[in-house]
Design a protein. Structure first.
Length: 303
């Protein structure tokens, strides 16, 4: 761990001489409550997410107070779940705020804590709006029970979020504090109907899709866990008696506290620390495939 911190400090010292500080614009979302009424026959509701509201507040406070950022927070309430439309409108408002500011070096930060689910062909990741009321009862045993068309129409595709952010032509960071649950499709059933060449072609396409959905890009997309896996809320480091928060939220707080003597951090530094499995035992599954681009600095960890 000491070696990692030393490398990080060396990187910081080199980069900070040339990089420009970001003006941070953020949207922090806590989707804690999920539809419990009007559930169609054969379906059930998603469990509420304990700690999602607190996580959104912590991230909001971190970016507004410690990064001097401008933005907003969306949090569900009892009988007032967040919808897909509300989240998209929040993203659009964040982009408008950044454009209106005329900032020379804006950075958009999207944070989400709530339910997430994926499909097993291309690892397309979806966020579950709070008003979604068609969770199949067999979803826990069969993650493919929600078909891709249903996911695309009623859930919020992470690719839709990154497309909106990319169209702004601003740099951005996405922090997805959710499960990446899904059952990997092995295509073995196709061997009964298709030629070996056709099956191989299907597998090649899936490999390309999975690579794309890992977001090997210069704008980091950070996930709380790896494709096909689940993740639970974890211990709040400020309230260790049992209060829960999202793992990415926890890691942000620990990074800030651990390196509080620094005034700035590069984008690369932040993602390296968030993704470091040795930094915190409780959040070791955090993952990002960010193609490092040292074009700006945070004041994220400023005292």
């Amino acid at each position: 761990m000491k070696a990692i911190i030393f490398l990080f400090l060396l990187t910081y010292t080199t980069i900070s001489l040339n990089a420009q500080k970001f003006d941070v614009f953020y949207l922090s979302i806590g989707s804690a409550h999920y539809e419990k009424k009007n559930i169609p026959e054969g379906y059930e509701s998603f469990d509420d997410v304990n700690g999602a509201r607190r996580s959104a507040r912590y991230v909001h406070e971190l970016f507004s107070k410690k990064a001097n950022g401008k933005g907003s927070m969306l949090r569900s309430e009892t009988d007032k779940p967040l919808t897909k439309t509300m989240i998209i409108q929040g993203i659009e408002s964040m982009i408008k705020l950044a454009k209106k500011s005329k900032s020379k070096n804006p950075l958009l930060v999207f944070y989400y804590c709530g339910h997430g689910i994926s499909e097993g062909i291309g690892w397309n990741q979806f966020l579950v709006p709070g008003d979604f009321n068609k969770k199949p009862k067999n979803l826990s045993s069969d993650p493919l029970a929600l078909d891709l068309e249903k996911l695309s129409n009623e859930l919020l595709y992470v690719g839709e979020i990154t497309d909106l952010l990319s169209k702004s032509e601003f740099q951005y960071m996405c922090l997805i504090d959710a499960c990446y649950e899904g059952k990997e499709e092995k295509f073995s059933v196709l061997e009964n109907y298709l030629s070996p060449t056709a099956v191989s072609n299907f597998k090649d396409v899936a490999t390309i899709l999975r690579f794309m959905n890992e977001y090997h890009i210069q704008n980091p997309v950070v996930f709380a866990t790896k494709p096909g896996t689940t993740v639970k809320v974890t211990v709040d480091p400020l309230l260790p008696e049992g209060t829960s928060i999202g793992p990415l939220c926890r890691k942000l707080m620990l990074v800030r506290n651990k390196l509080s003597e620094l005034e700035t951090l590069s984008m690369m530094d932040v993602v390296i620390l968030l993704s470091d499995p040795e930094f915190d035992e409780k959040t070791k599954n955090v993952i990002s495939n960010y193609e490092f681009n040292n074009s700006g600095l945070f004041t994220l960890l400023t005292n």
